[in-house]
Ligand binder design. Structure first.
Ligand code: GLN
Length: 490
């Protein structure tokens, strides 16, 4: 098997047996990136020297019997996670020269387990978008067909995994940004429960919704990465003090080849959702059958407030964004427009030149919705809707362990197709936003292909902190449907 075909799990075994070295593995990925990156655009920053140095250290550690869980495994990180000494841009001009003084907790945990960091992946500016077309630096193309978007906002991380530029990657998900690009690129993505993974050093978009998680080639790898990044962190007051199980045990639980005893609900509101592509419907229907054959008991459920989720999210997220992004004023750090001596002028020009159009749109929406006289009508009301949505899920989980849905209403769209129509773009988030609003975990697993050969995933959601059920069902599904680790030639 060629180096770049190795999953995290495979590579770990072969490194442990000393059949391959991390330097060989890392060099193979770096060479592959060099050959194919121009046509894909997955990375903003590549850290060739740093990665090779980490790989050398990993080989020494392995030789001395000091290996940890991920020693020597090459990974890529979304460029919104702070990396000490490595530029962290958030896909924005305003942070084009920002070099963090510290590692975010996700990063320090991965490094602590011995992972090799290849570089930082492209994203929609400040994670605002669903196509990775909103980056100030480049667009990322879908490795399955370069005319199509990879999804977003973690499009660089998902494309890097599908292109086999790394063993696995980390994305972040505020309203679907791990699950949706995973679905569009034919890889696995998990958005953990809010609080499962520390947000320290994850640059904030909408703090009450943001969560980092794995994007991988198969479900086992997702469990391995989730093991490494989960856990309470005193540096993030919203990280939860709950025990972290060994997530790979979920795979053994599947052991006997059955998911008997699991109950999954399909929301009737989702089935009749507007704009649902018949090809996605077909893949979803087949996926449902596969789960039923595995012994999952499937029933119809209702999420009565589902129709309000897009409207509520697109108030709450911009409100939080307008507050979080106020710090980029050209004074403290980041880009500053120096064309004027007047302070107000400097603020204005810095923000209008430093931020792209989508980010500016959201700052304006958020600032408007939070202003005196409007707060109750918009933010207050959206927060109430959020509570109702969370309530719908709690109720649903009284009678089922999983909720099944498509990830997105349609397969990946063409580059440029929706750039002039932000509302249509927002509507494609309909199935993923709720998990963030309710704080529950969700997984996207490859489930089929469109007639054009583009991958389509299915989504499963579970109760708070029950990632085990997602991994167990995800693994069972993956084994049965047999689509794991199928990728396009580049
Ligand atoms: N597409 C959604 C948005 O634009 C979600 C993005 C995300 O999860 N970061 O806000």
């Amino acid at each position: 098997m060629e180096y770049h075909e190795l999953t995290i799990g495979n590579a770990m075994e072969r490194l442990a047996r000393r059949e391959i070295s991390s330097v060989e593995l890392t060099s193979a990925f770096l060479d592959r990136i060099e050959t194919y990156e121009e046509g894909i655009g997955a990375f903003i920053t590549l850290d060739r020297d740093g990665a090779l140095a980490q790989a050398e250290q990993a080989d020494q550690d392995l030789a001395a019997g000091r290996g940890s869980a991920l020693t020597g495994i090459p990974l890529a990180l979304k460029d919104i996670l702070c990396t000490q000494g490595i530029k962290t841009t958030c896909g924005s001009r305003i942070l084009e020269n920002f070099v963090p003084q510290y590692d975010g907790t996700v990063v320090s945990k991965l490094k602590g387990e011995g992972a090799v960091i290849l570089g930082k992946t492209n994203l929609d500016e400040f994670a605002m978008g669903s196509s990775t077309e909103n980056s100030a630096y480049k667009i990322t193309r879908n490795p399955w067909d370069r005319e199509y978007v990879p999804g977003g906002s973690s499009g660089g991380s998902a494309a890097a995994v599908a292109a086999r530029f790394c063993c696995g990657s980390i994305g972040t998900d505020t309203g679907g940004s791990i699950r949706q690009p995973a679905s569009h690129c034919g890889v696995v993505g998990i958005k953990p429960t809010y609080g499962r993974v520390s947000r320290f050093g994850l640059i904030s978009y909408a703090s009450s919704l943001d969560q980092a998680g794995p994007i991988t080639r198969d479900v086992r790898d997702a469990a391995l990465l989730l093991n490494a990044i989960s856990g309470h962190d005193k540096l993030d007051s919203t990280s939860a003090k709950v025990p972290v199980p060994d997530f790979t045990q979920a795979l053994d639980q599947f052991g006997k080849g059955s998911l008997k005893g699991m109950r999954a609900g399909i929301p009737k509101e989702y089935v009749s959702a507007e704009g649902m592509d018949p090809e996605v419907e077909k893949v979803f229907h087949h996926a449902k059958q596969v789960l039923e054959d595995l012994g999952v008991e499937i029933r119809e459920i209702s999420l009565p407030h589902a129709e309000y989720v897009v409207a509520a999210y697109y108030i709450i997220a911009p409100c939080e964004a307008s507050s979080n992004l106020a710090r980029y004023d050209g004074v403290k750090y980041g880009f500053r427009d120096r064309s004027s001596d007047d302070l107000m002028d400097m603020y204005k020009k810095t923000k209008s030149r430093g931020f792209g159009i989508e980010v500016q749109r959201r700052i304006i929406i958020g600032t408007y919705a939070l202003s005196a006289g409007y707060y109750d009508a918009y933010y207050g009301r959206a927060s109430k809707v959020r509570t109702l949505i969370a309530g719908d899920f709690s109720k649903a989980f009284e009678t089922c362990d999983l909720i099944l849905s498509p990830v997105a209403p349609a397969p990946a769209f063409k580059i440029g197709e929706k750039t002039d129509d932000p509302l249509t773009m927002y509507l494609t988030d309909i199935f993923t936003l709720s998990a963030n609003m309710a704080g529950i975990p969700g997984i996207s697993v490859p489930a089929g292909y469109s007639s054009k050969g583009l991958p389509v995933g299915i989504q499963m959601m579970a109760r708070k902190f029950d990632e085990m059920s997602l991994l167990r069902a995800g693994y069972g599904f993956e084994q049965s449907i047999g689509l794991a680790r199928k990728f396009p030639d580049l």
